[in-house]
Design a protein around this ligand. Structure first.
Ligand SMILES: Cc1ncc(COP(=O)(O)O)c(C=O)c1O
Length: 364
């Protein structure tokens, strides 16, 4: 019988976790405040504190978080926003939907945005730098902040993949003027549905975000500017509050799995490298491999599910091709080599050894 190793396993299989979640959800059933109820406020307070921030605003997804953050600082038509070329397409879409133009920078070998490439793309129209902490690793944030400071640009962090990651003991979400998280079910810190959050230190931005997440209204009736309804469901906040208690445990397990892979795959493929002063959370464990497509097929044939995240660079998507600018030769090279392999917290040492064994057989 072939052993099956799924890329992720989102089922809630632990009985005590299931019971705790059902109890948390039942509390919401009883008070009936299904949207921005008391659990949302509590979740926002805890998120602000964990990100070393003054304010947090719960929203309905990471995509909404990015879109509203850009709107809150007034990014729009005529502005350019520089982001990475390798991310989930939501990053570029959030920029484009404000009317601003996404401009795509190259990446370094750690798959994160290259600050030198960013510096070369700045024009008088550039308004924001929007880096992603890709794969759960903080991007080179210090040089980016320096470039932003020099040119008087805002930095908005897309920390969707990096809750819990740190650089020099500062958490993801603590660096930019605003930071955005996704808590969709695939994330390490996940709701049981769509969810996201925005953090900032500025009261004016906070007030504007509160209006923007509810049709641009204040006092529930007066509309100051057109916007979406992007409020966070109370049930998701209740789930997140309960899951918050276990995030550290999950991250520890993912770090353990990463260190097993680092040893077992050394010399076969390029494994992720954690820099000094960094604490990576391994949202994905992404290797770089020769003969990547054959390797992927070989692993699948032995029950190991893998993903290429992402096979098409954002600027090469039909929605963006020919409509934007950017220079990203390293990204174009690396997307032919990247492969994310199972690294979720339910894996055992035996699973990891099986995966590594498949790699050895393939490259023998
Ligand atoms: C880097 C990045 N940005 C934005 C998003 C969008 O988040 P959501 O799916 O919650 O809208 C994701 C989600 O996967 C992501 O990984």
């Amino acid at each position: 019988m072939t052993c099956k190793i799924p890329f992720l396993d989102l089922r809630i299989t632990d009985n005590s976790e299931r019971q705790e979640l059902l109890t948390a959800i039942d509390t919401v059933f009883q008070h009936g405040r299904f949207i921005v109820g008391p659990e949302v406020a509590q979740f926002e307070n805890e998120m602000a504190a964990l990100c070393n921030r003054k304010f947090a605003v719960g929203v309905d997804s990471g995509t909404s978080a990015l879109f509203l953050a850009l709107k809150a600082i007034g990014a729009g038509p005529g502005d350019e926003v520089i982001t990475t070329s390798l991310s989930w397409i939501a990053t570029a879409n959030a920029i484009a939907l404000t009317g601003a133009k996404p401009v795509f920078a190259d990446i370094n070998d750690d798959l994160n945005i290259d600050p030198e490439s960013v510096a070369q793309l700045i024009t008088p129209r550039t308004r924001v730098i929007l880096p992603v902490h890709y794969t759960g690793k903080i991007c080179p944030i210090e040089p980016l902040l320096q470039v932003a400071h020099k040119h008087n640009l805002d930095v908005i962090e897309d920390a969707s993949q990096a809750f819990g990651a740190r650089h020099c003991d500062c958490p993801a979400g603590s660096f930019g003027r605003i930071a955005c998280f996704s808590m969709n079910p695939m994330k390490i810190f996940a709701a049981c549905g769509e969810a996201g959050v925005i953090v900032t230190d500025e009261p004016e931005i906070y007030d504007r975000l509160l209006a923007l997440r509810y049709n641009g209204t204040v006092n529930k009736e007066t509309c100051l500017e057109p916007s979406l309804n992007a409020r966070l469901d109370t049930i998701q906040a209740a789930v997140l509050l309960r899951r918050l208690r276990y995030v550290e445990q999950i991250v520890n397990k993912r770090r353990q799995i990463a260190s097993w892979y680092n040893d077992l795959l050394a010399g076969l493929v390029r494994t992720p490298v954690e820099r000094d002063n960094d604490y990576d959370v391994y949202y994905t464990y992404t290797i770089q491999a020769d003969r990547r497509d054959e390797l992927k097929q070989f692993l699948e044939s032995r029950g190991v599910e893998t993903k290429i995240q992402h096979p098409i660079l954002m600027p090469d998507q039909p929605a963006y091709r020919h409509k934007t600018r950017g220079v990203f030769p390293n990204a174009q090279k690396l997307i032919k080599r990247i492969l994310s392999i199972p690294a979720h917290e339910k894996l055992t040492r035996t699973d990891v050894e099986h995966v590594a064994d498949c790699f050895r057989r393939f490259y023998q």
